[in-house]
Write a protein that binds this ligand. Structure first.
Ligand SMILES: CC(C)(COP(=O)(O)OP(=O)(O)OC[C@H]1O[C@@H](n2cnc3c(N)ncnc32)[C@H](O)[C@@H]1OP(=O)(O)O)[C@@H](O)C(=O)NCCC(=O)NCCS
Length: 212
């Protein structure tokens, strides 16, 4: 498995136990299990359930996402995105995890993506996330993000993970804060969201457990 490329220190192994790497679920190449969730990197064959999740939540996600054309919400387009995700996973530049509950493993309810992974003296990445409108408020994203950060720190030996959140997105700020991200400042006109570049608050989580 690709993730063995960077080994964790003993100290990191002792302090991080919020996930377990399990045999990948059907259609996945990597699955992490948390208390209630499965976080998986999928092959292109999962395009149908990914499209179903994105389509179900198209209206809800719109104010928080980059503008997408109609064809984004089609199986062939999502197949292409999953192919790209897989390539990026294999080249250690992104870990794009789709979230399901253990009770309903076939139904995607969210996405947690660690992207733009860079090594060298930076050893850092960005994180983005969204969940099904009807699954909010159950603590799922907090559980997924805590586990995902542990995984990235432990197996990719990252030093820093950055999350950028629009100032009015109180739910996301609550999630980032609960997961140990600290507010750093304001990134002006940082990212194109729903048709225009929006200011974002930069939150950062540093890895204090892994010796570098
Ligand atoms: C942000 C998002 C991922 C949160 O997912 P979630 O699974 O509901 O998150 P959790 O249940 O783990 O935690 C939500 C927290 O927000 C808090 N919250 C809910 N509504 C809130 C509000 N109006 N103001 C402040 N906090 C609020 C909850 O109380 C909870 O914190 P608590 O556990 O300390 O009580 C989800 O709302 C979402 O997908 N939003 C749209 C996309 C998005 O905003 N993505 C992030 C872009 S940076």
């Amino acid at each position: 498995m690709k993730i063995q490329m960077r080994t964790a220190t003993r100290k990191a192994k002792e302090t991080m136990a919020r996930f377990e790497i399990i045999t990948p679920v059907k259609g996945a190449v990597l699955t992490l299990e948390t208390k209630r969730l499965l976080l998986s990197v999928y092959k292109p064959s999962a395009a149908e359930k990914v499209t179903d999740y994105l389509t179900r939540n198209r209206k809800f996600h719109k104010p928080f996402n980059q503008t997408q054309r109609d064809r984004y919400f089609t199986v062939p387009e999502q197949k292409a995105y999953l192919k790209s995700d897989l390539l990026q996973y294999k080249t250690n530049t992104q870990v794009g995890l789709w979230i399901s509950t253990i009770e309903e493993p076939w139904r995607i309810i969210g996405r947690l993506s660690f992207y733009s992974i860079i090594g060298g003296c930076m050893n850092s990445c960005f994180v983005g996330y969204h969940i099904d409108e009807n699954e909010q408020g159950k603590g799922y994203m907090t559980e997924a993000l805590l586990a995902g950060c542990d995984f990235m720190f432990k197996y990719y030996r990252l030093h820093r993970i950055e999350a950028d959140v629009m100032p009015h997105n109180e739910r996301s700020i609550a999630v980032a804060t609960k997961c140990g991200f600290e507010k750093m400042g304001l990134n002006l006109r940082f990212m194109e969201i729903d048709g225009s570049y929006k200011d974002h608050i930069m939150f950062v989580k540093l890895n204090s457990d892994v010796e570098t």
